[in-house]
Design a protein around this ligand. Structure first.
Ligand SMILES: *Cc1c(COP(=O)(O)O)cnc(C)c1O
Length: 364
């Protein structure tokens, strides 16, 4: 049996008729960028998240960089972010000329709130919380520090569509929640897409201006903006998927629960589940001291696995200029050296998962 790390075709085939019908309707409509589908999706996604406003964008990275841009964060400013995130979180900060200040992760792969306050300086302007792998970060200490020091709070929810902390949906704790709809995300489009959510009308209005060359009225440009518009086809297809989010998230949770209860091998560290956090299990991430041998073993048995992420941002070539080296963030580095994401996707069969579980339990 072959089990791939992800099967995006399965997520399509499940609702194939609805997707095809919608695609055809959009193609025939003559409206292709920023039209009725985008407007409807923005309303529906805002309601899903429990935020007042949603603004559709071209990608998750755009959501992050435009979020910091609109909050007025740039050269000379510092933004605190966990050291073990996907590099796009950090790029959202540095594209604006601001400096990322890294914090080690906690045992749930989120920012370690115990280490947060000591990283705040006079130049700190914001905290970027990443709800990595679909599990919400611990939020009270973060929101309390933001109040105490007058900091902005941005959430990177690219992996946490619908995930909650204390019953509140991620993306609604701070000033701006940033989402990606890259095809492999839990709420995935069939191409690139992104959005921000916010409860502040001014932020939503600014974002609408920035995403469209800085213009509110055609050919009257207020600021130097971006071309970051969500297109009608993606918005329409996202609306179809959004209607099935409960089912899709339920699948992720059932698959994760099955891994949690059936995996039994002392060489593997299973993911910790944070109290009061309701994960949507974007990834199911284990750790193994002999990861390379494990990956080879799995691949010899026809099972694909992926490392999220092998190089922490502070060690990537792109961020050499920050001046960090090996040992700067030992925990983030240890995770990078040992984490492994197991196959988990909408449409994964019980047979496929049992095969992965049995194979893993026999690894010695
Ligand atoms: C996917 C992802 C992004 C970037 O989203 P894109 O739509 O690919 O630009 C940012 N942050 C995290 C944590 C992600 O997983």
């Amino acid at each position: 049996m072959q089990v791939m790390p992800n099967r995006m075709d399965r997520g399509f085939l499940k609702y194939q008729e609805e997707f095809e019908e919608k695609a055809l309707a959009v193609l025939r409509s003559g409206r292709y960028v920023l039209g009725p589908e985008v407007e409807a999706f923005e309303k529906e996604f805002a309601a899903y998240v429990g935020a007042k406003y949603c603004v559709g964008l071209a990608s998750g990275l755009d959501a992050l960089w435009l979020a910091f841009r609109i909050l007025g964060i740039g050269a000379g400013d510092e933004v605190i972010v966990q050291a073990n995130t996907y590099i796009a979180s950090v790029m959202g900060i540095t594209i604006n000329g601001a400096k990322p200040v890294f914090v080690e992760p906690d045992e749930y792969y989120n920012i370690d709130v115990e280490r947060l306050e000591s990283r705040i300086t006079e130049r700190t302007k914001a905290i970027l919380v990443v709800h990595l792998y679909g599990q919400a970060s611990c939020m009270e200490p973060v929101t309390a520090l933001c109040r105490k020091y007058g900091l902005k709070l941005v959430e990177d929810c690219a992996q946490s569509h619908g995930a909650c902390y204390d019953g509140q949906t991620t993306g609604t704790f701070g000033d701006i929640g940033c989402f990606s709809f890259y095809p492999s995300k839990n709420l995935g489009a069939f191409g690139d897409g992104g959005a921000i959510v916010t409860n502040e009308e001014g932020i939503a209005a600014d974002m609408r201006v920035y995403r469209n060359y800085g213009s509110e009225k055609r050919y009257y440009n207020k600021v130097v903006g971006a071309n970051s518009r969500l297109d009608e086809l993606q918005a329409g297809l996202l609306r179809v998927r959004l209607q099935h989010m409960e089912e899709i998230t339920g699948e992720h949770r059932r698959l994760a629960a099955r891994y949690q209860s059936k995996l039994c091998n002392e060489r593997l560290v299973l993911p910790g589940v944070r109290e009061r956090a309701d994960s949507v299990w974007h990834q199911y991430v284990i750790r193994c001291g002999e990861r390379e041998r494990l990956m080879t073993y799995l691949s010899e048995h026809g099972i694909g696995s992926i490392i999220h992420y092998p190089i922490p941002p502070h060690l990537s070539e792109a961020y050499q200029y920050l001046g960090y080296g090996r040992g700067s963030f030992p925990l983030a580095e240890e995770y990078a050296d040992t984490v492994l994401s197991l196959p988990l996707y909408s449409g994964m069969t019980e047979e496929e998962q049992s095969f992965v579980i049995d194979t893993l339990n026999r690894f010695c």
